[in-house]
Design a protein around this ligand. Structure first.
Ligand code: TTP
Ligand code: MG
Length: 405
């Protein structure tokens, strides 16, 4: 495994250490993970005789119109890459092995990776079949330093799936994704807040997320080729070339500023309920009534399924379809309506809504069958038990609390 990171903090106390490396990441610890040559690695796993050889996934060598899905790092040395016609790949490397894709198998492995990620981090945002963002803010104290955190994640994936991944750890999504890509394959790149500048200044302008070939060409036209060029050129010049919105976006990222949150994919392994309003609803009595109803529905289903949750998530959608989530994870598992309603309410407060909502959702995740700890033992409150017993007899959620409107 190759690593790239600046000197670690010394042997500080547990809390002092966490405090130190949190601040070095500028407040957040964001991880990006991307599997190396994913489909090709799975093929090697299932066919060990392919190991160490140029391997192209996407179609047999006689495929007339097939394109390369991906290829092993050995095949990349010959200039083969994703989206290239198979015919061209055959011409570049006649001795390569060519195999068709087996999507259901890759999806199966992707699920196994997802399970590792869910176990590792409270907030997982999958981006594609082989990559995800994790928000590890607040989990720093579990590790001596960022390198140990990254190594642990890579080890867990390797031990579970037999595959290598590349990991980037940084103060935000934009930099974390660049970091994971920086030393592929089997890389681990850590960029603390003070390292970010020096790193960004080495990059070409198309490394900026959102700068495709067209935008890059326009920027080249005005003499901007690198991230460093973006920083030194006046914003007005950028605006003229690519328009205000994109110019501001590019300028922000060139300075390594990216506030986008990691948004948990809460629907995947959770019990939840969401509702789209016929007309948008502003925060107030009506919205809180909906929240109570959603929380009670989720609580009811948790208890009926005999499971406890440790994470509450609130999902909102604004009139312009922007969708956001906020989550909180607790040490002790719960499945009572009051905890769900109270914590979901706090999360809703944190959005500080200034616009009405198009959609509201409540999710419970990090599900488990038992309360593994008696430390936080708290029985579902007595009223909930009585209501549940009554509703079970009545065959549904017939009797409800006043706050549900
Ligand atoms: P990537 O992560 O882009 O590529 P990779 O994992 O093969 O290689 P690396 O990350 O080490 O550079 O894409 C993940 C999978 O998605 C890839 O294994 C195959 C599939 N894919 C396609 O089918 N077509 C494409 O054009 C691309 C880019 C990927
Ligand atoms: Mg990949």
């Amino acid at each position: 495994m190759r690593t790239h990171y600046s000197a670690e903090p010394g042997d500080a106390s547990r809390d002092g250490r966490a405090g130190r490396w949190r601040s070095e990441f500028g407040g957040r610890t964001i991880v990006h993970i991307d599997m190396d040559a994913f489909f090709a690695q799975v093929e090697v796993l299932d066919n060990p005789e392919y190991r160490g050889k140029p391997l192209v996934v996407g179609g047999r060598r006689d495929s007339e119109r097939g394109v390369v899905s991906t290829c092993s790092y050995e095949a990349r040395k010959f200039g083969i890459h994703s989206a290239m016609p198979i015919k061209r790949a055959v011409a570049l490397c006649p001795e390569a092995i060519f195999v068709p894709t087996r999507m259901s198998r890759y999806e199966e492995v992707s699920k196994a990776i997802r399970a590792v990620l869910d176990d590792f981090s409270p907030v997982v945002e999958p981006l594609s079949i082989d990559e995800a963002f994790l928000d590890m803010s607040g989990c720093e104290h579990f590790y001596a330093n960022a390198a140990a955190m990254g190594a642990d994640l890579k080890d867990r994936i390797l031990n579970t799936t037999g595959l290598t991944a590349s990991v980037g750890i940084a103060p935000n999504k934009f930099v974390a994704k660049l970091a994971s890509d920086h030393q592929k394959p089997d890389g681990l790149v850590i960029l603390r807040a003070p390292d970010v500048d020096a790193f960004l200044l080495t990059l070409p302008v198309d490394a900026i997320w959102g700068v495709g070939p067209k935008t890059a060409a326009r920027l080249r036209h005005i003499g901007i080729r690198t991230v460093a060029d973006v920083r030194t050129s006046p914003v007005t010049k950028l605006v003229e070339a690519v328009g205000r919105r994109l110019a501001e976006h590019i300028h922000r990222l060139a300075f390594g500023r990216d506030e986008r949150p990691v948004e948990a994919d809460v629907e995947a392994k959770s019990i939840g309920r969401e509702t789209t309003f016929a007309t948008d609803v502003a925060d107030g009595r009506e919205l809180r009534g909906h929240l109570a109803r959603l929380a009670a529905n989720v609580g009811w289903r948790l208890r009926r399924s005999g499971v406890y949750a440790r994470t509450v998530t609130v999902k909102i959608r604004l009139p312009d379809f922007q969708t956001h989530t906020k989550s909180r994870t607790f040490a002790g598992p719960f499945h009572d309506d009051d905890t769900l309603y109270k914590e979901a309410g706090k999360l809703l407060d944190e959005f500080a809504l200034r616009r009405p909502l198009r959609l509201l959702g409540v999710y419970a995740s990090h599900l488990q069958e038992h309360k593994q700890t008696t430390l936080f033992e708290q029985r579902a409150d007595r009223l909930t038990e009585v209501l549940d017993a009554l509703n079970t007899k009545l065959g549904g959620r017939v009797v409800r609390r006043g706050r549900e409107l």
